[in-house]
Ligand binder design. Structure first.
Ligand code: OOG
Ligand code: MG
Length: 237
C-alpha cells in the first residue's frame, strides 16, 4: 500500500467513526509521511495548522500504551474545542491533562496554560505499534486551552484530573521528560527531523503526565495544574 492509501484508511476511519486495522510495520520516516498525508487532507478541507503535540513524554503514558519513544503529532484548527463540546466526532475518546506552551520566534516560550487533550485512536481497540500511532497523528483529536499565563516555573507541579469533582488521575509535571520545558527542544528536534511545521505562534502540548481516561457524555472534566490554575470543560450529554 502507498503512503496515500494508508492515509486514506486513517482519514476514512476518522470521518466515519469506524476504527480500522493497524497499518503494519513502517519505518518511522514513512510513518511520519503518512501523518503528513493525513494532516494534508484536513488542510485541504480548510483547516489550518496550529502547532504540535508530543506523545509518550511521560512513563505513565508510555506504559499505558506499551511504547517507549517520544513522538510528535500535529494540531489543526478543526481540533480546537470550546469549553463545552460533544463526543459525536470521535470513535473511543479519552481525555488527559496537559500543559500548553505558546511558542514565539526560535521556539521561545511566550506563555503557558493548562490544557486538556482528547485523544482518539483510529485503530480498533485503541491498540497500535509505535509506527501506527505516529501515522495516526499521535491520536490527536481535540484540545482545549485554558487561560494563557506568563512563563514561570512549571516543573514539579501537581497535576490532577477530575470527573464531576472526583479525582480520577493525578501526577506531577516532573513526569514530562523530567521537566516539561524540555518538551520544547524535543518538539524542535522532531519537527526538524520529520519536516513538521512549527512557526512562531504555534501551540505545543507537552504530553500528559498521567494516563488518559475514557470519557462519556454528561461529564464535567477539570484539569488542575499547580501554579497554572484549572481548566474545566463540560462534555455534552
Ligand atoms: C498517543 C498520544 C499520546 C500523550 O500526551 O502522551 C499523548 C496515544 O496514547 O494514543 O497524547
Ligand atoms: Mg497528550
Amino acid at each position: 500500500m502507498t503512503i496515500e492509501e494508508l492515509a486514506d484508511r486513517l482519514d476514512h476511519a476518522a470521518a466515519t467513526r469506524t476504527p480500522c486495522e493497524q497499518l503494519g510495520e513502517l519505518s518511522q520516516k514513512d510513518a511520519y509521511e503518512v501523518q503528513r498525508a493525513v494532516v494534508d487532507r484536513r488542510i485541504r478541507r480548510g483547516e489550518r495548522a496550529m502547532g504540535v503535540k508530543l506523545g509518550f513524554t511521560s512513563r505513565a503514558k508510555a506504559a499505558q500504551m506499551g511504547v517507549s519513544d517520544v513522538i510528535a503529532g500535529q494540531l489543526t484548527t478543526g481540533m480546537l474545542l470550546g469549553h463545552t463540546f460533544d463526543l459525536d466526532p470521535y470513535i473511543h475518546p479519552r481525555i488527559e491533562p496537559e500543559i500548553a506552551f505558546r511558542l514565539g520566534r526560535h521556539s521561545v516560550v511566550e506563555a503557558v496554560a493548562p490544557a486538556l487533550e482528547i485523544i482518539d485512536s483510529r485503530y480498533r481497540d485503541f491498540t497500535f505499534s509505535l509506527s501506527d500511532v505516529i501515522a495516526d497523528n499521535a491520536s490527536a483529536a481535540g484540545f482545549v486551552v485554558g487561560d494563557w499565563q506568563p512563563v514561570g516555573e512549571v516543573n514539579d507541579r501537581d497535576v490532577i484530573l477530575e470527573f464531576d469533582g472526583r479525582i480520577i488521575e493525578s501526577g506531577s509535571t516532573a513526569a514530562i521528560l523530567g521537566d516539561p520545558m524540555l518538551s520544547v527542544a524535543a518538539a524542535d528536534r522532531l519537527a526538524a527531523e520529520y519536516r513538521i511545521p512549527l512557526p512562531p505562534g504555534s501551540i505545543l502540548l507537552a504530553g500528559a503526565a498521567t494516563p488518559a481516561v475514557a470519557i462519556t457524555p454528561g461529564t464535567r472534566v477539570t484539569a488542575k495544574i499547580e501554579g497554572l490554575g484549572e481548566l474545566e470543560v463540560a462534555v455534552r450529554g
